[in-house]
Structure formats: structure tokens, C-alpha cells
Ligand binder design. Structure first.
Ligand code: CTP
Length: 403
């Protein structure tokens, strides 16, 4: 395979020095690395350091006659298999969100067709600022990949979120983005988030699901070439680029939306945390406070995934998720058989770095052949890719068996 071309944009933050280590890792990993620095970045680290480590000229100036003829911004943009900005300052993030192209790096960003990975690094209060958060959300909804900043001691003296993630973690993220489109031909339905079961016009029963795992799955499958429909319960997440998103609220609505897609689907990944019960009736008006106890009668919701597997065609793959608080493997194995699934992704939600509303997960994969694969704590994006990898392997096995 040809060496992948990584264009690395370095902007002016103290974490610039870590970008040197990133270049070294990528070169070791057999990537061609071309570095583009903003003027501010050159105040922190000399271009010569990047040039020496990458073995290639460093771009710093959009209007330099020599650089433009040697490198050329369009040439850089076209040659990139992936474009990475690490560290990305609040300033460059704002420029990207506004579509500004006033230097070599931001011009290359607008001109490239390659996936873009933005790795923010800044002071904890800057990162938390609503403008910065709004800009990051805008980048995500435009299809840019934005890594979460790491937490810990910051060079400005504060403790908190804002550190550049360690170079090996960024290199891993780059490897993910360089994957081939190996899921083209698949039409994948992903469910995500909680369902909400209304008690009255202002109250509902729900659960703590944030939707992050399902959204990560939708993004990973789409990036790997699948056509993806995301059926999402209420979440605070931006709809992923390149994915058809259908918003639902209740389990009944989710069931209808999934069934509408099922006949054309090749795989269904049920990451949603569907409420098992709903109130028997929903009050038309807000329930008033009264004296004493109040009873709410609950009736079972349909088990969507079990309904799918009952009517499924042979080639359709159905993956279920099991959030457990005890006897993880045993409970998950029972779910695999009870719901007739092809794979169960089980996680112990009591474990640190796993479960609700965090960006990481530690899951165990159990498939129908009896294989149990425990995975270490990793980002939900990386877990999503492991599940996509399993789907590919499953297809290969089925193909070999002549299924
Ligand atoms: N699921 C579903 N419909 C439901 C409940 C769950 O499709 N009404 C799916 C979930 O999306 C998940 C899998 O079934 O993929 C397992 O969900 P879970 O809530 O763990 O399963 P339950 O059968 O409800 O088991 P438990 O008794 O542990 O709640």
C-alpha cells in the first residue's frame, strides 16, 4: 500500500512542542508528513524542527513565491489523505467555523477534500467559553472530526480540560481516519439515545443515555462508506454529517422509524436505551400536586430488537447493546440468545470510563459463535470502529461458509 499523506497544521499554542512528537510517531508509522505552521506557531517552535523530523519542507506562508511554487496550497490540499490541526487554538477554531481563509493553513482547509481532524488545546476557561463550544459544535456538524481535549495540569497554571491529548492518542485517531471505505454497500440503521415516555405535557420517564455511543457508530459507519440512517431519541448532540437522522421521542416512535427502514437495511445497530415501560396513560394536562402517594401504572413497551430478529432475513445483521451493573458476560449472553442477536456489545456501567455521558467506553463483544472479546477502555469512536470491524469479519466468515 502507498504511504498515506498526512498534512499537519500546527497553530500557536504552547502544546506545539507535542506536535513534534506526533510527527515522529507518524513518520515511524510510515506516513508522509507535510507540516503547515501558522505565523504564531513559529514563535513557539522553529520550522526547522518540523522540517528535520518530517524530512519535508514546512509551509508557513501563503504568499511566498518560493513556497507556493515548491509546495502550493492546492497541491497540499489535493495530496492530503487526512488533514490534522494539532494543536488547534480557539482562534483557528473560530476561523474554521466562519470559513475564513487568511493564511496557508486555513486556505488548505477550505480547499481539501480530505477528512479533517481538529485537536483543540487551550486554557480551561477558553475551552469552556460558549463561543468556543459553539464553534466546535459547528465544526462537528460540518463533518469535521474534533477530538476531546484531555484533562490535567495546563501550562497556564490551571488544572482542568484543555490539554492536547497525548501524541499516541492523536496518531491512533489519524489511523482511524485513514481507513479504507470498507463498509460501502452496507445500509446501516443505528439507534441512539434514550426514549422518553410522557406522563403529562411537562414530565416524562427516561434514562441517562447521552446518545454518544450511537452517534459515534453512525459517524464511523458513514466514514467507512456505509449509507447510514440514525434513529435518535432526544440528545444534545449535533446530527452527524453525511447521515440521515430521524428524530424520535418515544419507544413507539422509535419502533415505527426502525421498522420503516428495516426492509432495506443490511445491518441494525441498536445502541438506543429504550425504556422498557411507559405510563399506561398520558395526562392531557399537567398533573397537579395532591396529598399522599400517587401511583403510576406502567405497561411494557415493545421490544424493538426482538421484533426485528423475529422477522429478519438471513443476511441482515442485528447488533444489540447491554448496559449491565452486574454479571456482565452472563447477562449479556442471555440477552444474545433471548433476543436472537448476532452480536451483543456489553458494558458494565458501574465501571469507571464506561457507560453514560462519558466519551470513553469499556465493552465486551459476545457473538453467536460463542466468541467473547473484552476490549480495554477506549474512546467511543474507537469502540464504534471495533464494532464495524466485527461486522466486516462477520461478512467474510458468512461468505466463506457460503451463507
Ligand atoms: N431494546 C429494544 N427495545 C426495548 C428494550 C431494549 O430494542 N424495549 C434493545 C436495546 O436497544 C438494546 C438491547 O435491546 O440493544 C438490550 O437492551 P436492555 O435494556 O439491556 O435489554 P432488556 O431486554 O430491557 O433487559 P433488562 O432486563 O436488562 O433491562
Amino acid at each position: 500500500m502507498e504511504k498515506p499523506n498526512v498534512v499537519l497544521g500546527v497553530t500557536g499554542g504552547i502544546a506545539c512542542y507535542k506536535a513534534l512528537e506526533l510527527v515522529r510517531l507518524l513518520v515511524q508509522d510510515s506516513c508522509n508528513v507535510r507540516v503547515v505552521m501558522t505565523r504564531e506557531a513559529t514563535e513557539f517552535v522553529a520550522p526547522l524542527s518540523f522540517q528535520t523530523l518530517s524530512g519535508a519542507p514546512v509551509g508557513t506562508d501563503l504568499f511566498s513565491l518560493t513556497q507556493e511554487s515548491e509546495i502550493g496550497h492546492i497541491n497540499l490540499a489535493d495530496s492530503a489523505d487526512v488533514l490534522v490541526i494539532a494543536p488547534a487554538t480557539a482562534n483557528v477554531i473560530a476561523k474554521l467555523a466562519a470559513g475564513i481563509a487568511d493564511d496557508l493553513l486555513t486556505t488548505v482547509v477550505l480547499a481539501t477534500q480530505a477528512p479533517l481532524l481538529v485537536v483543540p488545546s487551550m486554557n480551561v476557561h477558553m475551552l469552556a467559553h460558549p463561543m468556543v463550544q459553539a464553534n466546535i459544535a459547528k465544526l462537528r456538524s460540518a463533518g469535521y472530526h474534533v477530538m476531546e481535549a484531555a484533562a490535567g495540569y495546563l501550562a497556564c497554571g490551571y488544572e482542568g480540560k484543555g490539554r492536547l491529548p497525548e501524541p499516541p492518542a492523536i496518531a491512533e485517531e489519524i489511523r482511524r481516519l485513514l481507513r479504507p471505505k470498507d463498509l460501502s454497500g452496507e445500509k446501516i440503521v443505528v439507534t441512539a439515545g434514550p426514549s422518553r415516555e410522557p406522563l403529562d405535557p411537562v414530565r416524562y420517564l427516561s434514562n441517562r443515555s447521552s446518545g454518544k455511543m450511537g452517534y459515534a457508530l453512525a459517524r464511523a459507519a458513514a466514514r467507512r462508506g456505509a449509507r447510514v440512517t440514525l434513529v435518535s431519541g432526544p440528545t444534545a448532540l449535533a446530527a452527524p454529517e453525511g447521515v440521515t437522522t430521524v428524530s424520535v421521542v418515544t419507544a413507539e416512535e422509535m419502533r415505527a422509524a426502525v421498522l420503516a427502514e428495516f426492509d432495506s437495511a443490511t445491518a441494525v445497530l441498536m445502541a438506543a436505551a429504550v425504556a422498557d415501560y411507559r405510563p399506561r396513560s398520558t395526562a392531557g394536562r399537567k398533573m397537579k400536586r395532591g396529598d399522599g402517594n400517587r401511583r403510576v401504572e406502567l405497561v411494557p413497551n415493545p421490544d424493538i430488537v426482538a421484533e426485528l430478529t423475529a422477522r429478519k432475513r438471513r443476511q441482515v445483521v442485528v447488533v444489540g447493546f447491554a448496559a449491565e451493573t452486574e454479571s456482565l458476560v452472563e447477562n449479556a449472553r442471555q440477552k444474545l440468545h433471548r433476543k436472537n442477536l448476532d452480536l451483543v456489545v456489553a458494558n458494565d456501567v458501574t465501571q469507571e470510563g464506561s457507560g453514560f455521558d462519558v466519551d470513553t467506553n469499556a465493552v465486551t463483544l459476545l457473538d453467536r459463535d460463542g466468541t467473547v472479546t473484552p476490549l480495554p477502555v477506549m474512546s467511543k469512536d474507537a469502540v464504534a470502529d471495533r464494532i464495524c470491524d466485527w461486522l466486516l469479519q462477520h461478512r467474510e466468515h458468512s461468505h466463506r461458509r457460503g451463507a
